[in-house]
Design a protein around this ligand. Sequence first.
Ligand SMILES: [Zn+2]
Ligand SMILES: [Zn+2]
Length: 294
Amino acid sequence: MGFDVQLILLALAPVFVGCIAWEMVWWHRRGDDTVYRWRDTLCNTGLALLHQGADKLAWLFVIPIYAWVYNHWRIHSFDSSWTSLVALFLVQDFLYYWFHRMSHRVRWLWAAHSVHHSSEHMNLSTAFRQSLMYPIAGMWLFWLPMAWLGFQPALIVAIVLLNLAFQFFVHTQAIPKLGPLERLLNTPSIHRVHHARNAKYIDRNYAGVLVIWDRLFGSYVEEDPTEPCDYGTVKRVVSFNPLTVTFSEWRGMFSETFHAKTWNDRIKLLFAPPEIAESVATARREELTVSNAQ
Ligand SMILES: [Zn+2]
Ligand SMILES: [Zn+2]
């Protein structure tokens, strides 16, 4: 491929920045200066740059692994016909759904993904909030079956990045529900719900591009005009320093695992759903407080 597919997001950066500028002006003209906060937007931008750097580095290691599986183990060979490209898109969007769902339900993956959710603001720049730790968390493993199915590594990288690029546009409060599109695609309304911590909304709407996976696998919930989204994570991260934000959940996870009493607790602290890990950690903290007081 003449064009380095890894640069897709960088090539689209002017579009992203232009849209953010438009949205900032749009809210300002409506007299609402609470949607964008400079410190939050700068933190998001810092996180985007760190993520881009880490991603570029990670592809150096990951692409050869995809190539090895593709060359030695593939069960089929997809060409570059339209039907193959449609299959590429559908398979990756399906795998994205499961990657995203597990990122909310397995603490090890949540440690990376929580960065994307820890802002209490919701605007286009929130899409920039990514974690440089995704390669360590193992996000790339979710795309590995695509190499085995017979998609070329460069196409895998391209579709992963295009899916992410699409998702930039759903991070906004400026766009209302989109009628019949809500049935098919991930939209701003659907993704607002995903970023909300209201009991009714939390851990719902994992879609990348197509919302059909949420509808099929029972994780879809519609935005309710009588229940406004409360954005952010249950466990608040009070920092605008991109590195503090990046490592906050990892530090908590390792420290709690280190101080755990049993191996069963350690497994839960690392791999259980975040709220279960949290209850294990809280119980242990209370135990330690009592024994310190004695
Ligand atoms: Zn998420
Ligand atoms: Zn998001």
